[in-house]
Design a protein around this ligand. Sequence first.
Ligand SMILES: *[C@@H]1O[C@H](CO)[C@@H](O)[C@H](O)[C@H]1NC(C)=O
Ligand SMILES: *[C@@H]1O[C@H](CO)[C@@H](O)[C@H](O)[C@H]1NC(C)=O
Ligand SMILES: *[C@@H]1O[C@H](CO)[C@@H](O)[C@H](O)[C@H]1NC(C)=O
Ligand SMILES: *[C@@H]1O[C@H](CO)[C@@H](O)[C@H](O)[C@H]1NC(C)=O
Ligand SMILES: *[C@@H]1O[C@H](CO)[C@@H](O)[C@H](O)[C@H]1NC(C)=O
Ligand SMILES: *[C@@H]1O[C@H](CO)[C@@H](O)[C@H](O)[C@H]1NC(C)=O
Length: 405
Amino acid sequence: MRPGFMKMLAQLVCIFLYVFHVNARRLTEISPTIDVRYYGVHADGVTDDSTVFLEAWAAACASSGDVKLLIPPATYFLNPVKFSGPCPYVNTLTVYQEGYIKASTDLSKYVSGNDWVQFGNMNGLRITGGGTFDGQGNFSWSYDECPKTKFCNVLPTSVMFVNLNDTIIYGMNSVNPKFFHVGVLQCQNFYASEMYIEASEDSPNTDGIHIERSSGVTIHDVFIGTGDDCISIGQGTTDILISNITCGPGHGISVGSLGKYPNEGDVRGLVVRDSTITNTMNGVRIKTWQDSPSSSSATNITFENIQMKNVNNPIIIDQTYCPENLCNGDTVPSRVSISDVYFKEINGTSASQVAVTLNCSQGTPCQNIHLEDILLKYVGEELPTAVCAYADTYFSAPMLPLPCN
Ligand SMILES: *[C@@H]1O[C@H](CO)[C@@H](O)[C@H](O)[C@H]1NC(C)=O
Ligand SMILES: *[C@@H]1O[C@H](CO)[C@@H](O)[C@H](O)[C@H]1NC(C)=O
Ligand SMILES: *[C@@H]1O[C@H](CO)[C@@H](O)[C@H](O)[C@H]1NC(C)=O
Ligand SMILES: *[C@@H]1O[C@H](CO)[C@@H](O)[C@H](O)[C@H]1NC(C)=O
Ligand SMILES: *[C@@H]1O[C@H](CO)[C@@H](O)[C@H](O)[C@H]1NC(C)=O
Ligand SMILES: *[C@@H]1O[C@H](CO)[C@@H](O)[C@H](O)[C@H]1NC(C)=O
């Protein structure tokens, strides 16, 4: 045999072995699919399925590569559960949630401070499938003390995302939570869209999506009609983009309340745009507590291209927040400083005559507040008005209401 032939044969064998090796590795890494039905789920909407769900989660979390966890269409009943990482070999874990999941209404099942369904401590979570989380909150709303007490026992949030990196939620619904619908806490690179979030207008503290101590959060194409803020942006949040939100009823899209607790983080780099807000208490709002225990700031915030329909306070900065006089010294000004805020292209109708309120803190007046292309009509006969206090404000025409001095 010619040496050239031998060399070619050896090369072929090498290529074959290499291809075989790669394919074998792919085979062992092939996306595992875990189905809650394999674990004996009851799926009758009455029997508690939380143990089964947790077993399925543990199997998914222990697999490797791109893992799927299927929750097929059916009605499930769940006590509080924590779907936790780390999932060390998982690249992405996709929960195909097509079910209608109902929460336990027995408040004694919820350890104080815990939420209903929590996803935590992992990278690469995906949730899709268009399923629904029903907090069955109307049974517990009468136990909610938070509208009346500053430091209250909070009821469980329906779906809480905690300490996650690189999360994508696409198609997930929440109805009737006991407290907030969705919480995003300590997450980096969190993306959510195609969500439907609904509770009655009179349900207490049912914020749609609450974001806190997180960065790189994008929320878009979401419908929210609820009893409190459609979206609330809490302390310690940076680089947040919120767009194409249909909000109402509810309390609007809100930064805050800031300054309730000591040592809160700043809010920086927020954009809210291309949204419609209808029949709500507020439109776009920044609110901070009076008598805040330490100083912090809210800066570089833009609200742009937003349509208001019959909104009570379409544009509002309120640094005198003190519901039902819950702060001790109601005369101590807020220590949260607000600066570089842009309100642009905001039009539609105001349900109250005061369409623009900029009530800043006497202690730390607002700096660099811009209003551009504002066109808000009062639903009544009179012209709309603007109210300002301690606000360093730049107006540019067209502007209705007329700017305050
Ligand atoms: C998320 O990423 C940050 C660094 O970017 C890291 O400190 C943190 O541990 C990560 N969280 C998880 C749950 O892996
Ligand atoms: C809660 O809502 C359910 C379904 O709409 C209803 O059957 C139940 O009576 C309500 N409970 C309370 C306490 O309002
Ligand atoms: C806005 O979101 C809704 C869903 O809430 C979607 O149907 C619509 O196509 C989105 N519009 C744009 C311009 O992306
Ligand atoms: C303000 O925030 C936007 C959006 O998050 C960001 O792109 C921009 O760099 C920030 N500007 C400053 C001066 O920090
Ligand atoms: C308000 O803004 C929306 C979206 O930018 C636009 O379609 C509409 O024509 C505007 N309405 C008025 C009265 O300017
Ligand atoms: C804003 O301040 C004015 C003057 O102090 C006050 O009359 C008004 O009630 C305040 N508005 C809000 C929404 O707090």
